[in-house]
Design a protein around this ligand. Structure first.
Ligand code: PMV
Length: 339
């Protein structure tokens, strides 16, 4: 049996010349993210600001499986109750697609057999980038396993390809902030060119992220905004321009440590998202409660209609405001200091 494995491995190594295969279990991870300003308008070429949330993450582990037949890939994702061989999955399955893009990128048609285990603490469909983080973790771990680690910008590009399968027209902000793991100012212009800048956080600030528990696929709200924009382009373009101004002012406020201004800008951004039709009664209710409890500002974050609100707070009132939001129905809160 051992000899058979040895022969298989040698034949695989011959098919992947010059690659250093990893024969022990290896892992890679990627953080969650939150969009602070500019969601939706960013799909139309306006700037947005997003930050990684390192308290939650997706993790992918590869166990080499020389006893499985060469080329077989077994995937376990216990969080979603999935156990399957790669070949059983449809091509547009995001886990399968994340593996395939790496094999294609590295030009490998017969990878050595392995088991891939994926776990994530990032809430699903809640605007925290769970899909992009899972893809980033898989792409990283697999390229490492195959002996050709990909640089961050390539990982980001490949995650973007996967995001397109499910989101249709993603802006690229999720894959960018999740892959680079730093506060990011992002613009994707109409030609598809990205401007990505990191920026200085002059004074760390605290946000409470509160989950409505309402699952709301981003593809639906992005599609609805597109439909609204098609029917009423002037109205939507004006809203996007307003959001763009808010984002530029927010960057300035962050770089100058003007936290009160940042709160006011969050309120403005929330109101503009409401005008785009992506807020909801529940999001508005939680935003109002947070404000009544003394928050400096609050807004929905991500695709909208469900998912999270983010609340800018003084550090000293974070626990009390988070508790109020949970009592009011938020299923989960998370406090993050942005620095
Ligand atoms: O729901 P999320 O966190 O994946 O964010 C979506 C952000 C949008 O601007 C609505 C879409 C995009 O691709 O940027």
């Amino acid at each position: 049996m051992g000899a058979v494995c040895h022969v298989d491995l040698l034949s695989i190594l011959r098919r992947i010349p010059n690659h250093k295969l990893c024969m022990t279990a290896i892992s890679a991870s990627a953080p969650g993210k939150i969009i602070l300003f500019g969601e939706h308008a960013v799909v139309y070429g306006r700037p947005a600001i997003a930050v990684p949330i390192h308290q939650v993450k997706a993790k992918a582990i590869i166990f080499p499986a020389p006893r499985m037949s060469p080329g077989s890939i077994f995937i376990q994702a216990p969080d979603i109750g999935m156990e399957a061989n790669l070949i059983e999955l449809p091509q547009d399955n995001p886990l399968a697609a994340s593996i395939q893009v790496v094999l294609k990128e590295l030009n490998i048609s017969h990878p050595p057999a392995f088991k891939l285990r994926i776990t994530s603490t990032i809430p699903l469909a809640a605007g925290m980038g769970s899909g992009a983080a899972v893809s980033a973790a898989i792409i990283r771990v697999l390229s490492n396993f195959l002996g050709q680690p990909l640089p961050d910008h390539r990982v980001s590009d490949l995650v973007f390809e996967i995001e397109k399968i499910h989101h249709g027209t993603p802006s690229g902000i999720d894959n960018t902030v999740i892959t680079h793991g730093m506060p990011t100012f992002f613009i994707r212009d109409r030609m598809g060119h990205n401007t990505i800048a990191t920026f200085r956080v002059a004074q760390p600030f605290t946000i409470v992220i509160a989950d409505t528990g309402i699952s709301s696929p981003t593809s639906i709200t992005v599609g609805d905004v597109r439909e609204g924009w098609r029917q009423n382009p002037d109205y939507y373009e004006t809203l996007f321009d307003e959001v763009g101004k808010v984002v530029l002012s927010a960057r300035e406020a962050i770089e100058n440590g003007q936290i009160e201004d940042l709160g006011r800008l969050m309120d403005e951004n929330h109101s503009l998202l409401g005008d785009m039709g992506v807020s909801s009664q529940e999001l508005d209710r939680l935003v109002k409660i947070a404000k009544n409890e003394g928050a400096l500002g609050a807004k929905l974050s991500g695709g909208g209609r469900g998912g999270n609100i983010i609340v800018l707070v003084y550090n000293t009132s974070a626990d009390q405001i988070a508790e109020c939001l949970r009592l009011a129905g938020a299923v989960r809160t998370l406090t993050a200091v942005i620095r």
